[in-house]
Write a protein that binds this ligand. Structure first.
Ligand code: URA
Length: 252
């Protein structure tokens, strides 16, 4: 919601008074004086008028999980355990997944209760890199890197994948970086070059790197710097309404 509307939604504050309060520097957003009535305010921001708190900041939760194989990237499922089963019960109802992995895929999964933040990370228009460590059943063909760079035709969607980078580590192991996230994309790309993925592990999503100290099934909270690094990505919606609740990272 816009700051001027939030103010004028308060009892007894007209739009004109709201403008005047902003001009006088009596309105603070996250402890900073704000004069801009058009500023977008998210539920995660605190808004004060003089000494009165008009909106308390809702706590934001930002987590990375090292997803083990066998868990569904879903919030509930009648048959299989879901990744939420690996998290504290009190957080589960609030969280959603910022991107998904197949049940057999392991590695970096990000969860949050902040929809605008997760959109920064997952919106197709953001085109953020996702890096996977891939193990294949057959040696990776020499021409695979070139084919992936040129784009692989996906019949179901009738489109070419955007250029991807393949870096060979061993005959049957490589790092693949893609900039989109179509259903089973990595498996389908390898299938298109006559191979089969038998191990898939996500290491990186945009500015977030899986913490190598996290054992499979373990999670940790993201640091302020990691949260801010996601906000620092270009706005995928090119929206003037983007919340500006970007505080400088606390020294770590
Ligand atoms: N590509 C796949 O095929 N599976 C995943 O889980 C992620 C990317």
């Amino acid at each position: 919601m816009r700051l001027d509307r939030l103010l004028s939604n308060q009892n007894g504050i007209s739009r004109q008074t709201a403008r005047e309060l902003l001009r006088q520097g009596r309105v603070r957003v996250d402890d900073q004086i704000c004069h801009d009535g058009l500023r977008a305010i998210s539920p995660f921001m605190q808004v004060c008028l003089d000494e009165d708190c008009l909106q308390a900041a809702k706590p934001g939760h930002y987590l990375m999980l090292n997803k083990p194989a066998g868990y569904l990237s879903a919030t509930r499922d009648p048959q299989h355990p879901t990744v939420l089963d690996l998290l504290p019960a009190e957080l589960r109802p609030q969280l959603h997944l910022a991107g998904r992995l197949d049940r057999s895929t392991t590695g970096l999964l990000v969860l949050t209760n902040d929809g605008q933040w997760s959109r920064q990370l997952t919106a197709p228009s953001a085109k953020l890199p996702k890096r996977y460590r891939v193990t294949t059943s057959e040696p990776i063909a020499e021409e695979a890197a070139e084919r992936f760079a040129q784009g692989i035709y996906l019949e179901r969607e009738n489109l070419l994948t955007s250029p991807a980078e393949l870096h060979l580590l061993a005959p049957c192991e490589a790092l693949l970086t893609i900039y989109e996230g179509r259903h089973h994309q990595v498996k389908r790309m390898f299938h298109a070059v006559g191979n089969r993925v038998c191990g898939l592990h996500r290491e990186l999503m945009g500015p977030l790197l899986l913490d190598s100290s996290l054992a499979p099934g373990k999670y940790r909270l993201l640091s302020t710097a990691e949260i801010q690094a996601v906000w620092a990505q270009p706005d995928p919606d090119h929206s003037a309404q983007r919340p500006a609740h970007v505080r400088l990272p606390a020294p770590e």
